[in-house]
Write a protein of this length. Structure first.
Length: 554
């Protein structure tokens, strides 16, 4: 009897305190593996030898424990992109922001609970350019017996979009940092790891999704590419968008979706066409004079029991500069805003912020032009510290960061015009401090310095509402009157339009240090990043938890 009680007690003690769901344990072995793409074999860094990496499945409310073991020569961290990490910043993952890296031969257990979220997210390395190959989907299913707020699909499929380089991606960015110029673009786009037939490798096979006529499929689409926004299309079929960044949307039909690096999109696809094979494409969107990989990745939707015809029912991907296609898609996105899934848009604003996002040029005597291209927010090119900011914040270590990140541009100028003659930026490890649960309105304003460009900005630790968007310069007197405060789309990554602005709102109800950066890896590397420090509120429920014992040291 006594031992029975003891056994029960033991079970109770082993259950995670915070979770109302189960505990899910995963082991991620980061190791090198040789893979062949575009008729060429090269070693890449993988998780568990898979490319793309394994899908992490959980249910809303689950506690997730991922033991990451580093068996490569690089320092490694993993970010659980879009997981809110409420009070568990130690498990967020960006190197030198919330943790020091897991060094070769070492391991770290990421411990977090998925609270109030369900949908598709993804995980990826958050150091160097390792996320080129170290990434995979996160599928958070609703709690047991909670249905989707749309007709249940018969089957679900993860579709990960990415890029493929023939060269080692670390060599690509290192070469660029040395020259001060832009890095090489990828050699192909890929759908679930495969480019499909390309002119330099016609025998390359593409991913095939086999469907049964009449059935409906939920496609969980992730853009894991480093540097390119993508259009995604299935020939002959309409897609019904039902969720983005693990937030339900009002369903709408479209033949093309736009997805930036860092975004996820769930669509319903009904196999309602004649038997055969249909082309699936992922092609770049770039509406400014910036070099991109202009190749189209190809996959197929193949109806079972039908003969694959040689000439697929084809479709043309949108032109690379198809701004109207992109805008139409973005403007169609609305929060579901139902009784069960309300859009809790902050209606008051404690901090009204304006951050410019864009490029700059700084002197570099050893570079090709005697200068290097950099990127910044509010003219600050962020410098990575050598101690993680979250540790410095928690342990009161001074000298690691300053909390004086400017809330508005230091110099006002015609942001989307030609830009100032002096294109230099300052550097620093500067953060913006927020009191617990304060409300923030942040206008992200693109600049025309060097060239205007679309910047997909990702905020860690929060979802935000995209309340407004426009071209040219944000006008504080006239722009807010057009804000949607009722059912704006809720997400964690938003494209700032080329030569325009986007306004977001969020509630700073998660204490910790939260990175915000462009999800084009080249811009992050160049300095387009900053962090918010959110102070603790009252009591343990509004405070960051203490760091785990195995947190990697610097
Ligand atoms: C995970 O973190 C929670 C606190 O957030 C803690 O109670 C639990 O013991 C941790 N689990 C493991 C396996 O360390
Ligand atoms: C980048 O592209 C240039 C031009 O094609 C090539 O010479 C160079 O080797 C490439 N760099 C890397 C790291 O692959
Ligand atoms: C793609 O880009 C390459 C290199 O810049 C160029 O030579 C080629 O013409 C482009 N192809 C298309 C279809 O635009
Ligand atoms: C670097 O120099 C080349 C020619 O030498 C020029 O075409 C290019 O615009 C310059 N780039 C920058 C960023 O100054
Ligand atoms: C850091 O400073 C704050 C405020 O002075 C204090 O409450 C906290 O206990 C300190 N933390 C540590 C780990 O020393
Ligand atoms: C800003 O620059 C753009 C492009 O040159 C120009 O059309 C616009 O009139 C300028 N705006 C102001 C307020 O000067
Ligand atoms: C950015 O900072 C640099 C260095 O302090 C300064 O020279 C430049 O004028 C600033 N530019 C803007 C637009 O604030
Ligand atoms: C945060 O503030 C909002 C109002 O802005 C309020 O509804 C909510 O209860 C607050 N949350 C906490 C944890 O204090
Ligand atoms: C903290 O949260 C737990 C679980 O939600 C609740 O039971 C407890 O009363 C809260 N404690 C405080 C001090 O608010
Ligand atoms: C790995 O991280 C440690 C801790 O920050 C650092 O000292 C070391 O230089 C890093 N190694 C490399 C190769 O960057
Ligand atoms: Cu950017």
């Amino acid at each position: 009897m006594l031992s029975y009680v003891r056994a029960l007690l033991l079970v109770a003690i082993m259950l995670p305190v915070l979770a109302d769901g189960r505990t899910r344990k995963y082991k991620f072995n980061v190791a090198v593996k040789k893979v062949t793409r575009l008729c060429y074999t090269k070693p890449i860094v993988t998780v568990n030898g898979r490319f793309p990496g394994p899908t992490l499945y959980a249910e809303e409310g689950d506690n997730v424990l991922v033991e990451v073991v580093n068996n490569v020569k690089y320092n490694v961290t993993i970010h659980w992109h879009g997981v809110r990490q409420i009070r568990t910043g130690w498990a967020d993952g960006p190197a030198y922001i919330t943790q020091c890296p897991i060094q070769p031969g070492h391991s770290y257990v990421y411990n977090f609970t998925i609270t109030g979220q369900r949908g598709t997210l993804f995980w990826h390395a958050h150091i160097l350019w390792l996320r080129a190959t170290v990434h995979g989907a996160i599928v958070v299913l609703p709690k047991p017996n909670v249905p989707y707020p749309f007709p249940a699909p018969q089957k679900e499929e993860v579709i990960i979009l990415g890029e493929w380089w023939k060269s080692d991606t670390e060599a690509v960015i290192n070469e660029a940092l040395k020259s001060g110029l832009a890095p090489n673009v990828s050699d192909a786009h890929i759908i679930n790891g495969h480019p499909g037939p390309m002119s330099d490798c016609p025998t390359s096979k593409g991913f095939q999704l086999t469907v049964d006529s009449g059935k409906t499929y939920l496609l969980r689409i992730v853009n894991a590419a480093l540097n390119e926004e993508l259009f995604f299309k299935v020939a002959g079929h309409q897609l019904t968008v039902v969720e983005v960044d693990a937030c339900y949307t009002k369903p709408f039909k479209t033949d093309t979706i736009l997805i930036t690096p860092g975004q996820t999109t769930n669509v319903l696809l009904t196999a309602d066409q004649g038997a055969g094979s249909y082309l699936v494409t992922a092609s770049p969107f770039m509406d400014s004079p910036i070099a991109v990989d202009n190749k189209t990745a190809m996959a197929t939707v193949h109806y079972t029991n039908s003969v694959a015809t040689a000439d697929l029912t084809t479709t043309n991907p949108p032109p690379q500069n198809a701004t109207p296609v992109a805008s139409k898609f973005i403007d169609s996105l609305r929060s579901l805003n139902s009784e069960q899934y309300p859009a809790r848009v902050p209606l008051t604003v404690d901090h009204s912020l304006l951050f410019t996002v864009g490029l700059g040029v700084n002197p570099c005597p050893t570079c090709v032009n005697g200068s290097r291209v950099v990127a910044d927010m509010n003219n600050v090119s962020f410098t990575m510290p050598t101690t993680a900011i979250l540790q410095a914040h928690y342990f009161n270590i001074s000298g690691v960061f300053a909390d004086d990140f400017p809330g508005k541009p230091p110099i006002a100028f015609n942001y989307t015009g030609g830009g100032p003659k002096n294109m230099q930026t300052m550097s620093g490890t500067r953060v913006y401090r927020l009191a617990f649960n304060s409300t923030v309105q942040l206008v992200l304003q693109d600049t025309g310095i060097i060239a205007p460009e679309n910047h997909p900005i990702h905020l860690h630790g929060f979802n935000f509402f995209a309340v407004g968007r426009g071209l040219g310069n944000y006008n504080p007197n006239t722009s807010p009157s057009k804000f949607n405060l009722v059912d704006p789309v809720e997400r964690n990554t938003i494209g700032v339009p080329s030569g325009g602005w986007t306004a977001i709102r969020f509630q700073a109800d998660n204490p910790g240090v939260w990175f915000m950066h462009c999800h084009l890896e080249v811009h992050t590397t160049w300095g387009l990043k900053m962090a918010f420090v959110v102070d603790n509120g009252e009591g343990p429920n509004e405070s960051l938890i203490p760091p785990p014992n195995d947190l990697p040291p610097c």
